[in-house]
Design a protein around this ligand. Structure first.
Ligand code: C2E
Ligand code: MG
Ligand code: MG
Ligand code: MG
Length: 289
């Protein structure tokens, strides 16, 4: 009797699991349709020099313009495809779209670097560098120096030698790397030592409370001095207020990105933002004090 109940429960659980699995596949397929149907797009968030206010670049951030749900953030749909080959197709689309945009901005006279986030599984593709070379070759007038790839520390966890080799092959093309969300991984110091990234990106969770939390302030200072000691550049993400910008600058971090400067925006809005920014109250406040 008990055994039978047990089996009954197991079957119930089993069919729930099957249903969840089916939902998951359906949701994955929906992301694939979004890619094919042109519902994905990139927003861009400016990166500025905190000393002179100049715009140095923009980070491409993936969005899904969902016909029923509005603009979805990557956190709502990237996890669905993280373990599927779709993440590689979406990643390839992101690189190609960002390159096309960058080439267009350069033709219009807007000089900036575009950063693209790259997933672990993309970097683990043996032909990643060859694909990138292929994508870059379509824009012969564009110098690859203007493309930067942001990788999450955790992306490298599995095989650092392999990842480091892929990074070197991309660097040989002229492309540079940033370690994103730096300091949040399990082996940040090892990554910094072993991966050829030219930029460390201080995670926004440290920046957020650095004004009133001594430990976060110390972590920010630590990443900045690590970057300096290793000859890497350093940028802070999550610069939400002018006070953050001032504190970072006085600690020796000269690049920043965050809502206090600009929110991510559609590509079409960026040239107007860049033109208006130097005369804006925010920029003046940032440069004073
Ligand atoms: P990330 O690369 O660390 O990007 C920074 C995230 O913080 C973005 O969220 C951005 O909108 C947000 N942010 C920027 N400034 C501020 C601020 O001042 N305060 C706060 N609280 N947040 C700020 P978003 O766009 O939702 O992206 C989340 C993550 O999704 C990204 O984190 C990145 O890891 C991933 N992602 C975005 N686009 C792509 C992509 O094309 N490919 C891959 N593989 N991952 C992507
Ligand atoms: Mg990033
Ligand atoms: Mg980040
Ligand atoms: Mg992040």
């Amino acid at each position: 009797q008990a055994k039978q109940q047990g089996r009954h429960r197991y079957q119930l659980f089993d069919s729930q699991q099957a249903r969840q699995q089916r939902n998951h596949s359906e949701q994955q397929a929906r992301v694939g349709e979004a890619l094919a149907g042109g519902e994905l797009c990139l927003y861009y968030q400016p990166k500025v020099n905190l000393l002179d206010g100049r715009i140095v670049g923009a980070e491409a951030l993936l969005r899904w313009q969902h016909p029923a749900l509005g603009v979805l953030l990557p956190g709502a749909f990237l996890p669905l495809i993280e373990d599927s080959p779709l993440i590689v197709s979406v990643g390839q689309w992101v690189i190609d779209t960002a390159l096309a945009q960058l080439a267009m901005w350069q033709r219009e006279g807007l000089q900036l670097t575009v950063s693209v986030n790259v997933a672990a599984s993309q970097l683990q593709q043996p032909d990643f560098a060859a694909q990138l070379a292929h994508s870059l070759a379509r824009y012969p007038a564009l110098s690859p120096q203007y493309l930067e790839l942001e990788i999450l520390e955790s992306a490298a966890l599995h095989d650092m030698d392999q990842v480091s080799g892929v990074m070197q092959a991309c660097q040989a093309l002229g492309v540079s790397f940033a370690l994103d969300d730096f300091g949040t991984g399990y082996s940040s110091l090892t990554y910094c030592k072993r991966l050829p990234a030219s930029l460390l990106k201080i995670d926004q969770s440290f920046v957020h409370d650095m004004l009133d939390n001594n430990e976060d302030r110390a972590l920010v200072a630590g990443v900045i001095s690590l970057a300096h000691a290793f000859g890497r550049d350093v940028i802070a993400e999550g610069v939400e207020t002018i006070a953050h910008a001032h504190a970072l600058r006085s600690q020796g971090c000269h690049l920043g990105q965050g809502y206090g400067i600009a929110r991510p925006m559609p590509a079409a809005d960026l040239p107007g933002w860049a033109a208006a920014w130097p005369a804006s109250a925010e920029c003046h406040a940032m440069l004073q004090g």
